[in-house]
Design a protein around this ligand. Structure first.
Ligand code: FAD
Length: 307
């Protein structure tokens, strides 16, 4: 396997300036792939510490995901992190996926359990020859060799966890199993992130020292934000929800420009607070567009950071 830097090393080598990173999703067709590559080239100029590629259900999307993530490693200056989920995979298939990533020089993997296909909030059914929890997949990937592993964390608690105490315990188990850092679910109240950080540190000081990278979604459309919120189990604070709803208006088409303006402002303010609170990196959901994140970075004076 090619030795690429780990995410922890990469975000730690930022000369005192907070690094940023971005999340892409696998394109569904040729047009979407062209758009992804426009975003990739735009971000290359902005110098993210790393870029992550989500992992979806469905065979053809999966093949494309591996191919495109491989191209990120081979044809760009970016450091890719491949998301990997346990959904619908036997252990042998999960091993084969890791092998495919290793063959393409990808050694950073974000390990997730994933959600049931179709209805993400539906009952989770383990593959008969697969794994039950992300923690098991962390062990599997770590046992395969030289991978650097990250996991998901949930500032508001995962929607399947009975309470925040269990949520913290399970996150710490993933970190103890060998994950080096976590990336959070998107959130809109920075206090939730700070409370998560405190909970983990209190539960286990050693694991609490591992980076918890906050994920930020600059909202550019209320309709699509609501869909993402539904899938993620995150909530908009009522005041923000009301502000966005008012801006969207009650016409047949939402007022995207007004929603976007608020979305960028909120993402900028959240980022400023996270920087002040010592977050290790800012991870932006891009939906494969560069503009909204670039605007937030420009507002933060980070658009000229080059790694
Ligand atoms: C940054 C980030 C990126 C993501 N990327 C993707 C992606 O690319 N593709 C995708 O499909 N999904 C993705 N997701 C969504 C994720 O797959 C879901 O949120 C999923 O429901 C939980 O995944 P997990 O890895 O946290 O699972 P786990 O850590 O396995 O947790 C699943 C549930 O089980 C509970 N649990 C954990 N361990 C135990 C235990 N030992 N006993 C009892 N209960 C336990 C947890 O509290 C939680 O409720 C992402 C989420 C985040 C935050």
């Amino acid at each position: 396997m090619t030795h690429t830097p780990s995410i922890v090393d990469r975000i730690g080598a930022s000369n005192g300036r907070i690094p940023f990173s971005v999340e892409f999703s696998p394109p569904r067709d040729a047009d979407a792939e062209a758009r992804l590559w426009r975003a990739v080239r735009a971000f290359e100029r902005l110098g993210p510490a790393f870029v992550s590629m989500t992992y979806g259900a469905g065979g053809s999307t999966r093949d494309r995901t591996v191919r495109v993530t491989g191209q990120l490693a081979e044809d760009t200056t970016l450091l890719p992190v491949a998301h990997l989920t346990a959904v619908g995979h036997s252990i042998d298939e999960l091993r084969a996926m890791c092998g495919a990533y290793a063959d393409r020089g990808i050694s950073n993997i974000l390990v997730l359990r994933g959600d049931p296909p179709g209805d993400p909030l539906g009952e989770w059914v383990k593959h008969p020859d697969g794994v039950e929890y992300a923690e098991d997949l962390v062990r599997l990937v770590r046992d395969m060799g030289d991978f650097h592993v990250g996991v998901a964390s949930f500032p508001e608690g995962h929607y399947r966890a009975p309470d925040l105490e269990h949520d913290t315990k399970y996150l710490v188990s993933k970190l103890r199993a060998g994950a080096e850092y976590s990336i959070t679910q998107m959130f809109f109240d920075v206090e939730d992130y700070l409370r998560l950080r405190d909970r983990v540190a209190k539960f286990d000081a050693e694991q609490g020292a591992k980076p918890i990278i906050p994920e930020i979604m600059p909202i550019t459309s209320l309709r699509s934000a609501r869909r993402s919120l539904e899938l993620s189990g995150s909530k908009l604070p009522p005041v923000l929800e009301e502000r966005l709803t008012r801006a969207a208006g009650d016409g047949p088409e939402e007022n995207r420009a007004a929603v976007r303006e608020i979305g960028i402002e909120v993402a900028t303010e959240m980022s400023e607070r996270l920087i002040a609170e010592g977050a290790p990196c800012l991870h932006f959901i891009t939906l494969n567009f560069a503009r909204a994140t670039s605007e937030v970075l420009t507002n933060l004076g980070m658009a000229a950071t080059v790694h």
